[in-house]
Design a protein around this ligand. Sequence first.
Ligand code: SF4
Length: 450
Amino acid sequence: MQELLFFDTQPRADRDATPRSRRYYVWTVGCQMNISDSERLEAALQGVGYSPATRPDEASFIVLNSCSVRASAEERILGKLGELMRVKREQPDTQIVLWGCMVGPDNRSIFERQLPMVDHFVSPSAVDEIVALAPNSLYTLDEPALPVRDMDHPPVSVHVPIQYGCNMSCSYCVIPLRRGHERSRPLEEIVEEVRRIVARGAREITLLGQIVDSWGHDLPGRPQLADLIAAVHDTPGLLRLRFLTSHPAWMTDHLIETVARLPRCMPEVNLPIQSGSDTLLKIMRRGYTTARYRALIARIRQAMPDISLTTDVIVGHPGETPADFAQTLALCEEIRFDKIHIAAFSARPGTPAAEQEQNPALAVPEDEKQERRRALEQLHEQIATERSAQLLGQTLEVLVEGESRGKWRGRSPGNKLVFFAHPDEWAGRLARVHITQTSPWALQGNVLPD
Ligand code: SF4
């Protein structure tokens, strides 16, 4: 599950003189899964003769990859669709596709909305379906399968989906309603995709799933994530391997041992806790207790003392009392996460929590939700400042992803952002960086000679 990680990506830059009739514009809101879906869509559209446009009015085919996890994400998409109304009026041949979680299999409400600018509604991850809709695509859905095409120039770090959907039914979450039940991709297919992407220049792969640890349980022979990690670990050219997002009820000791043993597995785990109160965890239907969570963290830290731990927390879920929230604060203070993705509860239609929110005895008032969010953010910043400060004077191996404002930008093994200035070309390489300055969310330093 990674529903609390949010991105908003703009289309990539124009590269050639392709006419508007063969240009697409893809706009993405949401989690890493959406980013990954959009990257795959772009590669596939380029495979059938399309080029990217930088602005919607330069494209004849527009795709909005949407997110439903929070009401605010949906509002952004609806705002963008409003802007696209003008494009459609001025260039009526423009085809607009609304894609992603706002168009889940049982999201009838999307069809009831007045969205006259939308030509097609497509469910999450259905890349083939969208490519077949592109007016100048040479591909049709009658063909057995869309020829696999990877990004020509992948970024240094690429997310590869290994599983779609989710079989859990957390009270607040729309993902199972929108993305359907869990489907694991076969091991051989993933290994081959990683090999191709790395051969084209990627250096870090993040294996992606809603509950990434549960990968394989629906495949013949029931392989485990640890088996997949071992299978991709020695891909020639691969420098780093990560996985996202774990679930406390699914993470196994075998996985922990595998990550601790394999040198290219980075010491980072994202393990959403959501609440520090057992009462709330039960209401949320999370399937674990705080005692089980604490025991798991202890085993992870014993195997990997330098592990970077990140988590997700929802504050203000219906039924959360001040005492429940105090337990969340206490648990976060005790575990001292490197990063906490914090969200104030947002009711999503069709979920049990949305019904609970209708009950005034259970609903947490909006100002109280925001107050709790601010309190946790404050604690988070204080802990992140202290955790970063521990890295002052250390030398970290940094995988450089690119440049930002005249400096090289990369990531430490624990996924901290690191900046340094140096005249050489560093993109895609590992640099040894001596840390000279720290802040809660980023580090600065100097490159050491090899
Ligand atoms: S249902 Fe639960 S486990 Fe599944 S994606 Fe949603 S929050 Fe994550």
